[in-house]
Design a protein around this ligand. Structure first.
Ligand code: ADP
Length: 319
């Protein structure tokens, strides 16, 4: 029923090669790496196979060209990516602290990514798409919200499906407008991909209510599948018929945790849309998340099905 679509920011990431606190002194850095959570998601989906498409914007510069070339290479339809003649590609400068926390300098909303607009090319992609993946992080941005709502409505109207990563940022959590947008997307979503406390956020219940109560609430709202990401504890898929299917994580040494959740999501959605059973989709998704953290750079470890099969054969599973 048409490609899996993701709308949102495309960034170039430059990452410090040493850990420490921020950027107040010169530090050696490497990059540019293609990045942006929606781009990471769709790149992994494209690598799995099945159609994938991206709506976003880059500048007419090498950071933009690096991103477009990567997505194209990995099978993503880039016709919905606008090259803005006046603004640069968005950037993220990242430095890890010794404890794994990260310091960022972002140039997102004042870059091409922030000037995204509904164009004929966007309309054409949304008309073809069979699935929309929505990122909670983007619900606070007015234009992206309007585009997301429009695309979601179009795709639903033609029988397509929606997945939601309910990764609402902490600073957006008390905001009533973001809250109502979030509730609207939970109500439209077929598949949810929560991690941490996001299951409860989506169900609008306190964590004390417990996982089953939260799942029951979500299924009442029309959600048909919930894939709960549990980091090094793998992931569990819950279905309205009561089945709870667990996939163990893979034992890896984490080099760069950025992008694990997005690679998990991209692989899971692509596998399910290809008709794979839940258990197989969980295996690929856990492998995609784990493989990605073994590479420096946010999407450098996204894997093709062949690469993921090799990874699965050669990597021990936890528990
Ligand atoms: P998010 O980034 O959305 O919080 P997680 O951290 O749960 O998501 O990571 C998503 C998936 O990636 C996990 O379910 C797991 O399969 C895999 N993963 C992430 N970190 C690790 C790790 N350190 N070891 C093994 N697998 C991991």
């Amino acid at each position: 029923l048409g490609p899996t679509l993701c709308i949102g920011e495309i960034l170039a990431e430059i990452v410090a090669t040493t850990t420490g606190n921020g950027f107040l002194e010169p530090v050696p850095m490497i990059g540019p790496y293609p990045s942006g959570a929606p781009a990471i998601f769709i790149d992994q989906a494209g690598r799995i196979g099945g159609a994938a498409a991206m709506v976003g914007a880059v500048g007419d510069d090498d950071f933009g060209r690096v991103n477009i070339a990567r997505l194209k290479r990995d099978g993503v339809d880039v016709s919905g990516i606008h090259t803005d003649p006046t603004l640069p590609t968005g950037t993220a400068f990242v430095r890890y602290r010794p404890d794994g926390a990260r310091d960022f300098v972002f140039n997102m909303w004042t870059s091409a990514a922030g000037a995204l607009a509904w164009t004929d090319a966007v309309d054409a992609v949304c008309t073809r798409a069979g699935h929309l993946h929505v990122m909670g992080t983007l619900l606070g941005h007015q234009t992206i919200w309007e585009m997301t709502e429009r695309a979601a409505t179009m795709i639903k109207a033609r029988g397509g499906t929606i997945s939601l990563d309910p990764n609402l940022r902490k600073e957006l959590r008390g905001d009533p407008q973001t809250g109502s947008r979030f509730a609207q997307m939970v109500g439209m979503a077929d598949l949810l991909l929560p991690s941490g406390d996001e299951l409860y956020l989506a169900a609008d219940l306190p964590p004390e209510a417990g996982e089953e109560a939260a799942l029951a609430r979500l299924f009442d709202l029309g959600v048909k599948e919930v894939a709960i990401k549990r980091g090094a504890d793998g992931a569990t898929c819950a279905l309205p018929d009561g089945s709870r299917i667990h996939g163990a994580a893979f034992a890896v040494t984490e080099l760069d945790p950025t992008g694990a959740g997005d690679c998990f999501g991209g692989a899971y959605v692509a596998c399910r849309r290809l008709g794979m059973p839940v258990q197989q989709a969980l295996t690929y998704a856990n492998a995609a998340g784990a493989r990605n953290v073994t590479f420096r750079g946010p999407m450098e470890g996204a894997g093709t099905r062949t690469e993921l099969n090799d990874f699965i054969s050669n990597t021990k599973r936890l528990a």
